[in-house]
Design a binder for this molecule. Sequence first.
Ligand code: UD1
Length: 365
Amino acid sequence: MIMHIISIVGARPNFVKVAPICWETAKHKDIRHTLVHTGQHYDISMSDNFFQTLDIPQPDINLEVGSSSHGEQTGKVMIALEPVLEEYKPDWVLTYGDVNSTAAAALVAVKLGIKTAHVEAGLRSGDRSMPEEINRIVTDSISDLLFVTEQSGIDNLNNEGVSEIKTRFTGNVMIDSLIKLLPKTEKNRAFKTFGLEQGKYILVTLHRPSNVDNPDVFRDLLSALGDISEDIPVFFPIHPRTRKSIEEYGFEDILHKHKHLYSSTPVDYLTFLSLTRYSGGLITDSGGIQEETTYLGIPCITLRPNTERPSTITLGTNELVEPSSGALLSAFSRLKSGEWRKGSIPPLWDGKAAERIINTLFESE
Ligand code: UD1
């Protein structure tokens, strides 16, 4: 008997999470793995480059939904995905993380009566104004199997009354990808290409609507990054949403005013991993980067009032900092003084999450 699994991915962080599942399923002759890309992210720098560096096969199907409002994007994925799942009738649908494509895919699969599993389940920020929090709650509440990355995920699902039979603590597929590609960063010292020195630069990512869609907050943060760059070079690969805000609000002058505030288009996974590994610290509002820095023991300033990944704070090197210039500059001065917590690696972040997930699917057949 062949087990047919369909993975549905759409946005940049999904690609990093599906890669280990692609590698693992390729080892099994009794698995057929079909990859569906919803097309939520479509720029080469946000999509194709990730498939290449992570050695993910080309998607079998691309739904090409593109960008639109949340409702429209979610609806478009559902409309385009339904006939695909009806035709393929897989044994399992796997969804990943917390993007709009995740919730849309789970809804379609469950309504067709297809068994559905959520990879990276149970995370909660407690902040329902974040679109991702809604996507997490929806996906978890309807999926048949929930693969959890950290203890808080188990606790959250318990508190929500989810049956323990559905929940499995499998570890973190994002860390599987990191562990697999880390040796390649020995040769790929991307910081040199950008004229930076090992350990002597800060790497930045910002794309949360709450930070970059509000001009007052965004101006304040950009100015603080400019100030920090007077102290230590700052490298900022800019997400398309953030680039749009910079252009709309006319903030190019802030970027150009500071000689050592370097920016670029989004970089591929391996380049970003290398830049992270050899940096002096990260300033971010991403979800996954909080975990990657914790694994690598690199200081991470997260410009958010909450996190759905609390183990990065209790065990790791992450700290939540209010998204304002004052709070950022004061956190940076502590980072610079070397007082940052060293941290440890959370349980089961060991490169074997995909193996555990696939074994669980076999056991549940
Ligand atoms: C999405 C996820 C977010 C994740 C992020 C990673 C949701 C609700 N949000 O946010 O959780 O952290 O991906 O990057 O699913 N755009 C392009 N090219 C692209 C993709 C997007 O130019 O390839 C632009 C479009 O103008 C689009 C905007 O970026 O409107 C936002 O894209 P969208 O996919 O809606 O959300 P992200 O901010 O990328």
